[in-house]
Design a protein around this ligand. Structure first.
Ligand code: ADQ
Length: 753
């Protein structure tokens, strides 16, 4: 069996293909992610999947793929038009400004959104092609936000991690996006989502609640059939590499040149991509304000701002470049002299070595983005200054501000205050050594290697906490498995519906069975007695599956409709009367206290719905109600079920386990049972089979391994493949065609407990 591998996906590859004459040239790039993942390669080699940097004609794709494989990378080929819509149009024209809280810069258009979807699908296809069961997938950043769910759609059951490198905006901002729900659903395909700061997690949770009505806890979000872990993991850098750089080559040259050129002057540095989120104009204005209001610094301070050109084809970025050029001209015009230029503006890429030398020469770093996921420059500055110490003036709106309390935090919009803090920093020569020491400690502890390893450890934990090792992935081809039903003449199949037969959807009304599900059930019903055992009500099951020759169990086991019959039989005498007397007043009290909530009276259950209540307040009230019910129902024969924005109380006899126990009692000839489920209510079915059926059986958990079932399957789609296989493999026994109860007659169930 091939070894499980890691697949990393990001928009760009760590190498870029450029056309040279008839062929292609590969150049390696060194971004923060490349550094971070270098160490991962030492842990286990991985394949890095992404766009090679240029459109590649179909005829040359095989050669390019082969070349890229030499670098451990694999290409996703995307045409120019789609790439434009995906990258410039939606990713950078909508998600980038929106996630940085800059709503007025969002330019939403449907065509770009469609291109975004198509490119995310191309990534999901490419990943699915490379993946084998047991592999792990790590998807990076907002451009690939839809990939996790698209991987689930393709039936992949491997652990999928997603890391968001930029902030997550407040729910209020997020929900203005016309496709907010689709983007969230895309992300929720992941098993683990990483953020730089807790603030982003809390925004994300609020967006899930407000946009999708999905509740969560600080560290996880439970969907019907699986959990998504949320983790705060600020990225780091490689401080040892920076430290080593400072003592040699270009970094040392730059340090010496800058120190010589500005000898006797006080040096402030700013380094960014030229992006409107980085707050460069506001920063220049703050520096201007310093020179205007504190004359003593006018010929003594030099501010070196490096701004790497970025997204140069986009109008907003061109306007920003003009604005910065003008501001630099204005400040130098006003405060420059023949022997002194206050702002040195470098509008190009500078090598990492040169940047390190520059950081090291500057006693103050002015890093004031309006919003920034983390900000690596802040960390690089601290690492480069090392034992020299220094002052870091940092925007409070960066992820780094959450980790570097030794920095002087500022609001970049408050120009006068930033100027004031600059003044204080210049006054207190050398900065505060203790504060700097704290920051240096953080930078050396929280390295990029540690970041990547911790993320992967957590992703592995997600997989192993689900007992992957103990539970086997179902394969009908295995002799031990196939042997269990090879001679079965009276097989019975119990299938949960949501999350088991039909993959998870956020709005339960959308979970209509498709042709493949209906076909599989129909074929299986020709040779086995099939029951769909669901929490859904009668009407829904009848509407969706009522025309098939299968049995239906509704409301978690309240009533059964036998195969071939149109009548529903109620399984228990338990009525809702006692329950209404006991729990009704409490529910009514909560309805009064929670505007928008309501009570639903079911046959043998009572439910409190709060979907229409304020999402946040609803969750709060639900927690209170659960505590009240726990007290009230102690030692009483009732069970509390927590569903999607509903709390339901029902008699304990109303359970899927009791229901299938009754079916099996009525069908003593049963010689094989197949059972599949995916949520807590299905555990009861598995326990009933374990305790009261001693023939051969196969119990399968869908979505992940679970202690209650011997086997597991990655997804509903994968299970469907098994059901189709089962329908082919089972030996039909026409004489025992199971249309009803034993004897082939649609009988009536009258089971009273
Ligand atoms: P960026 O927005 O690119 O990253 P940042 O974290 O500051 O922002 O990283 C920039 C990198 O580019 C740094 O390593 C810096 O040294 C380098 N750089 C900047 N200017 C340069 C220049 N003129 N020449 C050469 N190199 C230059 C996104 C998010 C961040 C998050 C990172 C990592 O927006 O918030 O910190 O991803 O998760």
């Amino acid at each position: 069996m091939p070894k499980p591998k890691l697949i990393v996906a990001s928009t760009r590859l760590p190498v870029t293909m450029t056309r040279r004459g008839d062929g292609w040239q590969v150049s390696e790039s060194a971004g923060g992610l490349v550094t971070a993942l270098r160490a991962v390669n030492e842990r286990a080699p991985f394949t890095w999947l992404g766009w090679p940097g240029a459109p590649v004609p179909a005829a040359e794709q095989a050669a390019v793929t082969k070349e890229l494989a030499r670098y451990g990378t694999s290409p996703v080929f995307v045409g120019k038009a789609d790439m434009d819509g995906f990258y410039q149009g939606f990713a950078n024209g909508v998600l980038w400004p929106l996630f940085h809280n800059m709503l007025d810069r969002c330019h939403f258009d449907r065509a770009s959104w469609h291109a975004f979807r198509r490119v995310n699908e191309a990534y999901a296809d490419a990943i699915a092609d490379l993946t084998a069961p047991g592999d792990m997938i790590w998807v990076h950043d907002y451009q690939l936000a839809l990939v996790p769910a698209l991987l689930r759609d393709r039936g992949l059951g491997c652990p999928v991690g997603f890391f968001l490198h930029i902030p997550f905006p407040s729910a209020e901002a997020f929900r203005t996006m016309p496709v907010a729900a689709e983007v969230l659903r895309g992300l929720l395909g992941a098993d683990l989502i990483g953020f730089h700061a807790y603030e982003y997690v809390s925004h994300f949770r609020m967006a899930c609640l407000r946009v999708l009505g999905v509740e969560s806890e600080p560290k996880q979000l439970r969907l019907q059939s699986r959990s998504i872990r949320l983790t705060v993991l600020p990225i780091g850098i490689d401080p040892q590499e920076v430290r080593a750089m400072t003592t040699q080559g270009e970094a040392l040259d730059e340090f010496s040149e800058v120190s010589r050129t500005y000898a006797g002057k006080r040096l402030i540095v700013g380094v960014d991509r030229l992006d409107y989120t980085k707050g460069i104009p506001q920063r220049l204005m703050a520096f201007e304000e310093l020179l205007r209001t504190r004359r003593q610094w006018r010929d003594k301070v030099v501010f070196v701002q490096v701004a790497a050109p970025s997204r140069t084809g986009v109008a907003d970025y061109q306007a920003l470049k003009r604005e910065v050029d003008e501001l630099v001209g204005r400040i130098n015009g006003r405060y420059g002299t023949s022997s002194h230029t206050p702002v040195v503006y470098i509008n190009r890429n500078v090598s990492r070595e040169r940047l390190t030398g520059l950081y090291r020469a500057a006693e103050i770093a002015l890093i004031t983005p309006l919003r920034d996921g983390m900000n690596l420059v802040a960390l690089e500055y601290v690492a480069a200054r090392d034992a020299l110490g220094g002052t870091l003036i940092l925007s409070e709106f960066t992820g780094a501000a959450h980790c570097l309390p030794g920095a002087r935090l500022v609001n970049p919009y408050n120009i006068e205050r930033v100027a004031g803090v600059l003044h204080e920093a210049l006054e207190s020569r050398g900065g505060d050594a203790e504060s700097f020491e704290h920051m240096l400690h953080f930078v050396h502890e929280n390295t990029s290697t540690r970041w990547a390893n911790m993320f992967l450890d957590r992703l592995e934990t997600v997989a192993s906490s689900d007992h992957v090792a103990e539970r086997a992935l179902l394969s009908l081809r295995q002799p031990d498995v196939a042997g269990r039903y090879a001679n079965a003449k009276h097989p019975v199949v119990f299938l949960d519906y949501d999350g088991t037969l039909r993959s998870y959807v956020i709005d339960p009304r959308e979970a209509v069975p498709d042709e493949r599900i209906l076909g599989a059930l129909r074929r299986l019903a020709e040779i086995a007695t099939v029951y769909v055992v669901s929490g859904r009500d009668r009407a829904t099951l009848e509407a969706w599956l009522g025309h098939l020759p299968i049995g239906l169990v509704c409301e978690h086991g309240l009533s059964i409709r036998e195969p071939g019959s149109c009548d529903w039989q109620r399984r228990t005498n338990a009525t809702g009367d006692t329950l209404r007397r006991l729990v009704g007043p409490v529910f009514e009290d909560f309805v009064k206290r929670t505007p928008g909530s309501s009570v639903e009276q079911k046959d043998a259950a009572l439910a409190w719905h709060y979907r229409a209540a304020d999402p946040e307040y609803g969750v709060f009230q639900a927690r209170e109600l659960l505590t009240r019910l726990e007290d009230l129902l102690k030692r009483k024969p009732y069970r509390v079920l927590r569903g999607n924005r509903v709390i339901e109380v029902r008699h304990e006899e109303v359970s899927k386990g009791f229901a299938i126990g009754d079916v099996l009692k009525q069908r003593p000839e049963t010689d094989f049972v197949f059972c599949a489920g995916d949520d807590t209510t299905d555990v009861d079915m598995m326990s009933t089979i374990a305790s009261s059926f001693d023939g051969p059986n196969i119990c399968v958990w869908v979505g992940r391994p679970d202690a209650s079932a011997e086997f597991w399957r990655e997804s509903a789609t994968a299970l469907l493949g098994d059901l189709e296989g089962l329908a082919r493999d089972l030996q039909p026994d026409r004489s025992a065609k199971p249309t009803g109860l034993a004897g082939g007659r649609a009988g009536r169930l009258t089971i009273v407990r």
